[in-house]
Design a protein around this ligand. Sequence first.
Ligand code: ARG
Length: 579
Amino acid sequence: MLKELLEARLAPALKAAGAPEGSPVALTVSTKAEFGDYQMNGAMGAAKRLKRPPRELAEAVLAAADLNDLVSEASIAGPGFINLRLRETVLEAELEAFETDVLAPSAAAADAHRVVIDYSSPNLAKEMHVGHLRSTIIGDALARCFAHGGWTVLRQNHVGDWGTQFGMLLAFLNSLEADEGDRAAEAELADLEQFYRRAKARFDEDPAFAALSRETVVKLQQGDPACREAWQRFIDVSLSHCEALYRRLQVTLTREHVHAESAYNDALPGVIEALRDQGLLTQSDGAQCVFLDEFTGKDDAPLPLIVQKSDGGYLYATTDLAAVRYRCTTLKADRALYLVDKRQGLHFKQVFAVAAAAGFITGPCSFEHMPFGTMLGEDGRPFRTRAGDVIKLADLLDEAERRAAALVAEKNPALGAEARTEIAKAVALGAVKYADLSKHRSNDYVFSWDTMLSFDGNTAPYLQYAYSRIQSLFSKAGLAPESLKASVKLEAPQERALALVLLRTEEVLQQVRDQGLPHLLCTHLYDVATAFTAFYEHCPVLSASDADTQGSRLALARRCGATLRQGLELLGIPVVQRM
Ligand code: ARG
């Protein structure tokens, strides 16, 4: 990593210049290319602590630093920034093994760290809808990025399969079976959304049915075999709907990653007991609650986390406390990431704080809610159909494919129908996922067909297109990319700029994992594609002046293509050879 190369020289120099032990080098990418490639900001912070003039400390750092073989220019600017420009020979050397060292998954680090990623996690009472799209897409991209970085990834699909709605749904299923027969009841389950709506309507208008629903929940939770069996059938149907979508979305979740709310059922009494033992429980209005000083509501009134209702029932929070314990103790996670809507922010703050107070978090495991905002329609309101219904994911993807097929046909009319369909599928999937991934996840984002399917700007089609252009470069050269032996020699400024961006890939992937922000990878790939476009415009490849130049340029293009392919794959987006 370029950054590490520089840091290894700058850290001792900072110390030699008199900075306190452990002072951060604070190396960042230069804000402007004219300044250099990287800038060190750490001299200013250290000078402040030493009460020394920052520029003077910066001078001392440069005097002490052994940078000559790495850097061609080093200068001090402003209040004490150190600007650094790397030597081309360093970039060329780093590019040699770039594809194997950076782009290939790092086997060396395998099993070093364990990360739990809680994502998708729909409620099985209903069909998965666009609200779960964000968690699924962002979580899956993170899972891929962590796996690529050598982490052991423990995917946890914390599906909602327990709780009061299930009483209603099972009572409804039973009544359908009694009235219409098993077959008809099965058929009704094909449309879960509809099924839920009908059950709910019945629940609201028929008091006898409502009472039956409540009895059914109790029976279910007590383990009544017939109830459990009907429930299991219901869950299976619902999960198979989810799985069909995962496959279509090319999401890596499978049945083995489902660790449903019901799986924690037996652990819930133990959670309450442990909280009681720790002296954390308070009875309030008949319910068992935990009050922590740091949580207050309106008028500074203490805010409880309710863990058991007065009727003895457990809550969402109780299950999450059990899940924290499980993830820490059984799964031995170093980090646990929760990809859940930002409206659940307080819930997770409370759960993590209570879990810590209760001693459920043992060892250095860090629990992190990674919130995301709402998906909005172009009218700025939550994304819905014209009739105001929630949009089903499957319908959304159908529409994406229709639109993509029309676009691909327009762009490349010569394509046969089969090729067009395949490309349209990749473009549609890429567009929908990338539109979501490319924005900072905690913001709301506006779902717009035209923007996401555009071939210009920071979109998946633009990146997929850049990749396919590189592939066609090789096919025009009559060369299989892997057979190329040439090394990169950097001459034109556009070549250097492209090399520099490519060599930042590892740094970016590290940031994506540290902060759980896949949009950083999107921005990076967009920078790669933009740098490639500039290179391609200024540096002829197929009509290069000599064979060496052509070889070097092809070698650079190959690394660029490999970065786009690998980067898109980490985002869960396929590439195509031609478009
Ligand atoms: N099923 C929940 C929902 O749809 C999300 C669960 C998130 N994960 C968790 N451990 N609470 O709102």
